[in-house]
Design a binder for this molecule. Sequence first.
Ligand SMILES: Nc1ncnc2c1ncn2[C@@H]1O[C@H](COP(=O)(O)OP(=O)(O)OP(=O)(O)O)[C@@H](O)[C@H]1O
Length: 520
Amino acid sequence: MTDASADRLELRNVTKAFPGVLANDRVSFRVRPGELHALLGENGAGKSTLVKMIYGVQHPDDGEIVVDGTPVRIASPRAARAMGIGMVFQHFSLFEPMTVLENIALGLDERLSASALEGRIRAVLARYGLSLDPHRTVSTLSVGERQRIEIVRALLLEPRLLIMDEPTSVLTPQEVAQLFETLRALAAGGCSVLYISHKLHEIRVLCDAATIMRGGKVVGTCVPAQETPRSMAEMMIGGSLKDVRKAAAKGFGPEKLVVDRLTLAGGGDFDVALRDVSFSVRAGEILGIAGVAGNGQNELMLALSGETPVANAGAVRLDGAPVGTLPIARRRRRGLAAVPEERNGHAAVPGFTLAENAVLTARYRKGMVRHGVILGAVARGYAEEVIARFGVRATGPQAMAGALSGGNLQKFIMGREVLQVPEVLVVSQPTWGVDAGAAAAIHQALVDLAARGSAIVVVSQDLDELLAISDSLAVINEGRLSPKRSVGEISRDEIGLLMGGVHGEHAGGENAAEREAERA
Ligand SMILES: Nc1ncnc2c1ncn2[C@@H]1O[C@H](COP(=O)(O)OP(=O)(O)OP(=O)(O)O)[C@@H](O)[C@H]1O
């Protein structure tokens, strides 16, 4: 029996410990039916652990979870779904070669014929105004469409509580708007949403209520509409948020990184190739590359880092030397460090310790190898330094990367590269999943690194981030890069137009002049 007047969810003193960490310490709060409820907190505050217990992935050591007025034991995700609790994870579990329909069928608890399932999927899509073709193969879909599969999978259960863990970090602004419409429609129908995000401006417009956690405890609640992103960030960190300090205007040094007419053919039907991308970054300069995800950023990152070397060596030049055909390790030895967007498997190996992850990219610059042998003590020492200087919450250099909270792993990866003081640093989404306090610290570290003479390229979807730290900006759209402009000279509106692919007179700049010259 459900009690109609009850809260949809109530947590009573829920506690959960991992070796060496009290991840949730007597957590109590309530979520009303139809409420969009944000769970806020610094990296490692215990948010993911808490929602994993509500979804039956983990189990409390102590305390009570009450659903619709009834205390429950949630043995497994299947049991959670049977109680009307759905969850959309940050990382999708989809099989790329299979269709949308096949993927949804795999995750379903009940047996349904393909046609019955398709009918149910189409009904959900129509009800929430979502577009998704059940017969498309997953490998051809954008990130936003993939997330929609997970959402549809959860909605088919007609959930009464939907949990979302950082759902917008990989979405384009249009996809975010679409997601919010879906969530509002769900809430209007009585479904409660428990929403984890570090994007505080989004929380402000979406959520009715928020619970704030720090160090595993609930430290406050608020009504997001009555707060500012800054005030919420300050509640989370329990102190004041630091602004990025930039040194007084400085001249830049010589060109460190030059990309010269880099053109890449697209791999598949939907891959965006790079078309004639040219730019340069000088010592001391931070170049921000803005753009809606999926416009060639990944291809550019792979070509710059060396993860996919290019055919023309001269298309990427480091301190004047052609490096386009060199693989990652050889570019690193010449001083080019890169942080790819994908943490797991690309930037870090979850099953390795932090010390081992330090060896992966820092072994030469930090002297961790002698006569072909890895010096374990040096690696541990460096991992310890990264942990201390970047405020990584971890039990030590022997902690497994996979045991860190998402934001703490990101802090470790950024610290590992920045503290090597590379000649050139290329990073994608430097504050992905990182809380506001840590994001400010990462921004400051990048600005300080540039002040020491490194050349930095930052690829990000977050325009505020780029405007806060960059000296110059360029916009990538459909594989083309706009001419680079000084940050003081370009308006948000212009950037927005360039992101949408509008290349007017204004946006022409040097490249337009060059194209004219070529034509002549
Ligand atoms: N499987 C695990 N083994 C050991 N420690 C863990 C495990 N999962 C989480 N922890 C620890 O529990 C604490 C809380 O982590 P949790 O992932 O819940 O934080 P979070 O608030 O979701 O952080 P983020 O915003 O970075 O995702 C962290 O100190 C983390 O290292």
